[in-house]
Design a protein around this ligand. Structure first.
Ligand code: SRM
Ligand code: SF4
Length: 585
């Protein structure tokens, strides 16, 4: 098949098997072959090396300190206390004592060595979670608004996320053969309810994907207004629940073509917010997902991976032609999108009671990092909670955690544990920090150009001084950082966004919508870390003094002329005004 190298690797892989089994058995290196590194992603596994140790290892003539990142799918971010305890145990045993909650409601382990890979994956599966399709050119973890207290319909939205996940999970036996010795473990669940549209494709092994799978990664989300905490417009495919006013969901507005990734200096790559495709009933929602995936399968760019995401397919085809293709596969027309309103894309912290009188506690987890540090035993505290908790845990798309569904008679016990481990202190943090998010970046991410999760907390310490002086302590302002332009913490949807260009240098973006409904715009190119406070201080002070009643920071910077509004993804790079940093104290 003509296409990028990855297309050849997929074709030759015999449905994702490649030479992974041989590679795992080879004890002469901590790595696997280059082609298998691409295939292992479909199994939820990334080969990495500790970048902090690269120079030292090179000098000592040792191979890089190879290890693997494992991503665990958690549809809708819902995990049982038993699963939490198992993830906690695996983090302690194989991943240096740290568990990562990702921006897409999944768990990640870092630093797992090759010799431990198989056992770790088998143990994850034994907890009835899995890693298949957590990465790779397939549909990944399906996200869902995780706030059960917000409305009675949450269960229905979660049910849809689970159904889509089951429907689109790859069916290849490779995962089972390689990681679960082909038979003893629980099989990964792939169900088709409703049945597949219009027969099979390319044989039956992968009736939805075929042997080339998708041109690129694919991400799906279900959102329940008024909360856009899942950033629906950043996804390839999104469902916005439209309530029927009677405790049910009338259907979903379907959105397509969102995505964040771009490359510095390549203006043909850009973040893009999804368009509304139409409206579907709950009964047709899974079929719509299959149809959209198949249109991308057949029309996505397989020559150039920088242009292969669905957002570029939609740009190229136009939304009307795209819709016509989807409707052809569905055998019916989609309805017109209905009214809805989002009011934020962050999390709401602390205790909330739901319509059944059950309690939910949203806990701030800085950059999703669950580990014990001096003075803050977060991992231990959460383990102790999981040991007594009878509800569930919900990972949020902002890297936080909801201890959910606590019966009234269990609240005091959970509250006491939260207090004992100093987890109830949201009031001590500014609105800026509570709305912050950073991607992993160094030392594990091979694509990082600059620090992110290891740096943002100290940068916020500096900015917090300005925030406190300006009287903005309680004001929610979204601030997001990534170590490169790929956009893993959705920085172009933060009211303040930092994107790494080189060690200690960041592009600063301003002007995104507080509800995740408008992209930001470049304000300052390659700002040095030590200058960032001085660059942003005047803007923050101006906001404190001159904002209109209720005006959000992202809206203010546009009205005040700091940046132009970005109306369309394709205009993301337009209207940048080059300026020298005018540093304020
Ligand atoms: Fe991401 C690649 C981490 C969410 C866009 N992302 C990576 C890799 C795997 C680096 C690599 O390819 O070698 C990073 C691993 C770092 C590490 O050491 O853990 C990585 N991405 C993450 C996570 C862990 C960030 C976090 O701190 O939470 C998130 C895991 C999500 C999950 O559970 O599945 C994560 N990545 C995202 C998001 C946010 C989202 O989906 O809402 C995006 C932007 C949305 C989008 O997809 O457009 C995102 N990641 C990318 C891209 C750019 C894709 C593109 O279209 O250009 C890459 C690079 C690539 O695919 O070539 C990437
Ligand atoms: Fe790595 Fe870049 Fe993603 Fe950050 S945004 S995790 S640096 S790929």
């Amino acid at each position: 098949m003509a296409g990028s190298k990855n297309e050849d690797i997929k074709e030759a892989s015999n449905y994702l098997r490649g030479s992974l089994l041989d590679g795992l058995a080879d004890t002469s290196t901590g790595a696997i072959s280059k082609d298998d590194q691409q295939l292992s992603k479909f199994h939820g596994i990334y080969q990495q090396d500790d970048r902090d140790l690269r120079r030292e290892r090179r000098k000592a003539k040792l191979e890089p300190a190879y290890s693997f990142m494992i991503r665990v799918r958690v549809p809708g971010g819902v995990a049982t206390p038993g699963q939490w305890l198992e993830m906690d145990r695996l983090a302690g045993q194989y991943a240096g004592g740290a568990l990562k909650l990702t921006t897409r409601q999944a768990f990640q382990f870092h630093g797992v060595i090759k010799a431990d890979l198989k056992e770790t994956i088998a143990e994850i599966n034994a907890s009835l979670l899995d890693t298949v399709a957590a990465c790779g050119d397939v549909n990944r973890n399906v996200m869902c608004n995780p706030n059960p207290y917000q409305s009675e319909v949450h269960g229905q939205a979660q049910d849809l996320a689970q159904k889509i996940s089951d429907h689109l999970t790859p069916r290849t036996g490779a995962y089972h053969e390689i990681w679960l010795d082909g038979g003893d473990g629980e099989k990964v669940k792939v169900t088709h309810d409703p049945p597949l549209l219009g027969g099979s494709f390319d044989g039956d092994e992968e009736p939805i994907y075929g042997k080339h799978y998708l041109p690129r990664k694919f991400k799906i989300v279900v959102a329940v207004p008024p909360s856009n905490d899942v950033d629906v417009f950043a996804h390839d495919l999104g469902y916005i629940a439209i309530l029927d006013g009677d405790g049910g969901i009338a259907g979903y507005n379907v959105t397509v073509g969102g995505g964040m990734g771009m490359s510095h200096g390549k203006t043909e790559t850009f973040p893009r917010l999804a368009d509304q495709l139409g409206f579907c009933t709950p009964e047709r929602a899974v079929a719509v997902a299959e149809a959209v995936v198949k249109v991308q399968r057949d029309h996505g760019n397989r020559e150039n991976r920088l242009n292969a995401r669905l957002k570029y397919t939609v740009e190229r085809m136009g939304i009307e032609a795209f819709r016509a293709e989807v409707e052809k596969l569905l055998g019916e027309e989609l309805g017109e999108p209905r009214e809805f309103a989002f009011d934020h894309n962050g999390d709401r912290y602390g205790w909330v009671e739901d319509h059944r009188g059950h309690w939910h506690f949203t806990l701030f987890v800085e950059n999703g990092r669950v580990y014990d540090s001096e003075g803050y035993a977060l991992r231990t505290g959460l383990r102790e909670i999981a040991e007594v908790h009878r509800g569930d845990f919900r990972l949020t798309a902002n890297q936080n955690l909801i201890i959910a569904d606590i019966a009234p008679d269990a609240k005091a016990e959970i509250e006491a544990l939260l207090e004992r481990h100093k987890m109830i202190d949201a009031g001590e943090r500014t609105g800026l920090r509570l709305n912050s998010m950073a991607c992993v970046a160094l030392p594990t991410c091979g694509l990082a150009l600059a620090e992110s999760q290891r740096y943002l907390p100290t940068l916020i310490d500096e900015l917090d001084e300005v925030i406190e002086e300006a009287g903005l302590r309680e004001d929610a302002i979204t601030i997001r950082m990534t170590g490169c332009p790929n956009g893993c913490a959705r920085p172009y949807l933060g009211e303040i966004g930092f994107v790494g260009r080189a060690p200690g240098k960041y592009n600063i973006y301003l002007g995104a919508g507080f509800a995740g409904d408008r992209l930001s715009k470049l304000y300052m190119k390659s700002a040095k870390s030590e200058d960032i406070r001085g660059i942003l201080a005047p803007v923050i002070r101006d906001y404190a003094e001159n904002r209109a009643d209720g005006e959000r920071f992202g809206d203010f910077v546009i009205r005040a002329g700091y940046v132009k509004a970005t109306e369309e993804g394709r205009d993301f790079h337009a209207d940048f005004i080059e300026r020298e940093p005018a540093l304020a104290p």
